[in-house]
Design a binder for this molecule. Structure first.
Ligand code: ZN
Length: 823
């Protein structure tokens, strides 16, 4: 008897450290730049039970026992995550197969997404052939089937762009009528997952890794290619097929497209049709989580479902005798939330939230009376066991902290089982209070993760969450049975939009701060938790000073007299942020990827927000789409910036923001740094030169160090510049025309004589930039060349120009094993 009690108290004392160690072991493994070889992970995994047994049986002192168990679980977590990654990587795409025509048979495994430019879908591969030879390719891939020559990336709406995609030839066939679960044979060209890497930017490669996608590709459907062949419907993906049917029904039934797209987003988890302006509205008012089936949304849905199930259960005395209503409500809530998650696409965020909820529910239903930190930690450990990489996702932390706050403040009806004597009204009031608590406590975390907080978010969420969870979503669901109810859902959405639009007109609707370092964010989260914790006010007050670092954090800027270049990773195009002590200039705004997305809204606007940069000037070197693509988005966010460009008077961008011509001789001084244009001459404009020939050439110098940004000038302009006797000598050169054969002539390179040359080009871009012959010219002159596919974003500082470049590349600095090792 005594021994049993002692053993169980021993387990209790080691449970929390053991769970924590498991999570930390996984987290440590995620820090690896390269994977160890798999026998290392195997050995560590095999060692951990030995360590555990030793700790439990040998050490009498509880401190040592805890330490031993901690180490054992730390090793186990590290080893298991490493083994999983090693196994997964064996399925990676062989680089030799990139860009080859492959005949692939597979089943469409998700909901195909149709847009103006074509079709995107996920393919579960069954077999692959190159010519007559059977080959191994990754099992899961994201595939595009494009209707025309229009440029589009494969990245989803929420993702940063994959860069310029080779779709050079033969797009004569229109995309077929693809259905989820159908087996197809088609000719594909593949490449490894590759996304832009920018400071504080979205990690597209991690996003694909987490979903098991190890290749992206597009359908070769030209006249000369073997036609894609449908091989019939399979029943391997019934849910996806049902979702597709319901989605088509929604768009056929609901006349108003805006409402239809929102019903589709809420019911089948397809956010594809939501317009960009609607997304902007949701982000500005802080309710985007509602339409993107986030963990928070699922949690709130479970809470609402538990409320309904409990209410219905209590109508029947018989049922209540059979099983207590709170237990039924809890189980019903979790089951309904899981069913909803499955139907809405079973995305990774939904999976981890359901696992978290199920863990909590099982503990409660088993009658375990664990302290809340133990429950919380167990839920975290369960999610990490399913998906270690979720530790790197903002969404995981938002829902995890939200669930934790519900425990800590014990205000969650869902979790505290405090559902007995209350009326439904008091529960709704309780729900509003929870929302308030979560919003206050999550604010610092949101600032840390996104650098943006919506001040009207509270006002928006307090009504929007219950409205969407308790009214719109149930109506949308019931509409699948009785389509007339979708009209009701559309009406409810209409009212919500009116409310949100009104809120968005408030001044200071959203505030942006520079993304703070981790320590400041962590202190802020603790401050937020303290403020809402059920503690005496004197203790709660301590939360305020903890909030200060995150609120007052200023992003570092160059010292006076110095300047910094941030060569962004935007794929095939140019975009360079130039900063001095108190001013900032953006040279070019990157490419456009599709009708809805460009380097402006995907990369540059988030980057400028994260660094808290206010632009004084935007230079658009010339009118080509890979330079002007993101300009409208950037200028909409930074209307105060003056626009200097060689674009013509009738260019559409002039309607967004009037441009002044750039021409040789214009110069200005910011904080001791001299900016001057060397090209084009005013006479070049009159000659009607081609766009590339009119590229604004910008020289930036502080006397000691010089940078030269040259857009897409070609040999003739290079010769003109050399002949003009302009001060061309520079330390760093943005390689003209992305390394095209038309540019980088020998005499120009000799005149500039840079130590560093930077190529901004997309991975496997269709132009073959940079050209090998051009690279050879740089190599002959011992000029170091860095390109964006290998480097990601590059940071160059005039006051650290002699430092080694390794730390300056985003791709090398933040290298992790899931990132694409660019050949
Ligand atoms: Zn260009």
């Amino acid at each position: 008897m005594h021994a049993t009690a002692q053993r169980s108290s021993g387990i209790a004392s080691t449970l929390f450290p053991a769970l924590l160690a498991w999570v930390l072991g996984n987290a440590l493994q995620l820090q690896q730049a390269q994977l160890q070889s798999w026998p290392v992970y195997c050995a560590v995994v095999l060692l951990s039970p030995v360590l555990y047994a030793l700790a439990i049986t040998q050490s009498a002192a509880s401190g040592w026992r805890v330490a031993g168990v901690f180490l054992a679980l730390l090793a186990l977590g590290w080893g298991v995550a490493g083994l999983r990654a090693s196994v997964f990587l064996t399925d990676a795409l062989n680089p030799a197969l990139e860009g080859q025509d492959l005949r692939i048979t597979g089943v469409v495994s998700g909901l195909p997404q149709r847009s103006e430019t074509g079709l995107r879908f996920r393919l579960q591969v069954e077999s692959a052939q190159r010519g007559e030879q059977t080959i191994d390719v990754p099992q899961v891939m994201d595939v595009g089937w494009y209707a025309g020559a229009y440029s589009i990336s494969l990245a989803p709406a929420s993702a940063a762009p994959a860069d310029g995609f080779d779709r050079s030839s033969g797009l004569s066939r229109q995309p077929g009528d693809l259905k989820a679960g159908e087996r197809w044979q088609m000719t594909l060209r593949l490449k490894a997952p590759h996304g832009g890497r920018n400071p504080h930017g979205f990690d597209y490669e991690l996003w694909l890794w987490e979903q098991g996608v190890q290749a992206t590709g597009y359908v070769r459907a030209g006249a000369k290619d073997a036609a894609p062949v449908p091989l019939g419907q399979t029943w391997t993906h019934p849910v996806a097929l049902a979702r597709q049917t319901v989605r088509d029904q929604i768009f056929a039934t609901v006349e108003q497209r805006q409402a239809a797209s929102l019903i589709a987003a809420l019911l089948v988890g397809d956010q594809n049709a939501i317009e960009r302006t609607d997304w902007d509205l949701f982000r500005a008012t802080g309710v985007a989580h509602l339409v993107s089936i986030s963990g928070l949304h699922i949690t709130m849905f479970a809470w609402g479902a538990a409320l309904w199930v409990g209410w219905l259960w209590r109508r029947s005395g018989y049922l209540c005798l059979l099983w207590p209503a709170p237990s039924a409500a809890l189980l019903g809530g979790v089951l309904l939330a899981t069913a909803y998650s499955v139907f809405s696409g079973w995305g990774v965020p939904a999976q981890r939230t359901c696992l978290m909820l199920a863990t909590v529910a099982v503990l409660r239903l088993c009658g375990a009376r664990w302290p809340w930190p133990h429950v919380w930690m167990l839920a975290c450990a369960a999610v990490v066991a399913m998906d270690p990489w979720s530790l790197l996702q903002p969404g995981f932390w938002l829902s995890f902290v939200a669930v934790g706050i519900l425990f800590a403040t014990d205000s969650g009806a869902m979790y505290s089982m405090d559902m007995r004597a209350k009326t439904i009204y008091s529960k709704i009031l309780g729900g509003l209070r929870e929302q308030w608590v979560i919003t206050v406590a999550l604010t610092p975390l949101t600032l840390l993760l996104f650098g943006q907080v919506s001040l009207v978010g509270l006002a928006a969420n307090v009504l929007a969450i219950p409205w969407v969870t308790l009214v719109v979503t149930p109506l949308a669901m019931l509409g699948a049975v009785l389509p007339v109810l979708w009209d009701g859902a559309a009406l409810a959405i209409g009212w919500l939009l009116i409310y949100l639009q009104w809120l968005a007109t408030w001044p200071w609707a959203a505030i942006n701060v520079a993304i703070p370092p981790l320590w400041a964010g962590a202190a802020g989260v603790m401050g937020g938790v303290l403020l809402v914790a059920p503690l005496p006010w004197s203790l709660r007050g301590l939360g305020l000073p903890l909030l200060l670092p995150v609120l007052l954090w200023q992003a570092p800027v160059p010292p006076p007299g110095q300047f910094e270049l941030l060569v962004a990773d935007i794929g095939q195009g140019n975009a360079v942020l130039v900063r001095t002590a108190r001013h900032a200039l953006l040279y070019d705004a990157g490419p456009r990827y599709s009708l809805e997305s460009d380097a402006g809204n995907r990369v540059l606007v988030p980057l400028l927000q994260a660094l808290h940069v206010r632009l004084d000037t935007v230079v658009i070197s010339h009118r080509d789409m890979d330079h002007v693509g993101g300009a409208a988005a950037v200028l909409a966010m930074q209307p105060q910036a003056q626009l200097l460009s060689s674009i013509e008077a009738g260019h559409p961008l002039q309607a967004v923001h009037a441009a002044q011509r750039c021409s040789a001789g214009q110069r200005w001084n910011w904080d001791g740094v001299e900016f001057s244009f060397l090209h084009p001459q005013t006479t070049d404009y009159d000659k009607g030169a081609r766009p590339n020939a009119l590229s604004c050439v910008l020289r930036i110098s502080n006397g000691a160090r010089t940078a030269l940004l040259v857009g897409d000038i070609e040999k003739a302009q290079e010769a003109q510049l050399v002949a003009s006797g302009a001060a061309l000598k520079a330390d760093v050169l943005l390689v003209p025309h992305h390394g095209s054969k038309t540019s980088s002539s020998a005499e120009f390179l000799e005149a500039v004589a840079p130590r560093l040359a930077v190529v901004q080009a997309g991975y496997r871009n269709r132009f073959g930039h940079p050209a090998p012959s051009v690279l050879e010219r740089y190599r002959e002159r011992h000029i170091v060349v860095i390109d964006s596919p290998h480097c990601g974003a590059l940071t160059w500082r005039s006051w650290q120009a002699d430092m080694p470049l390794a730390g300056a590349c985003e791709r090398r600095q933040g290298q992790r094993y899931w990132h694409h090792p660019v050949p």
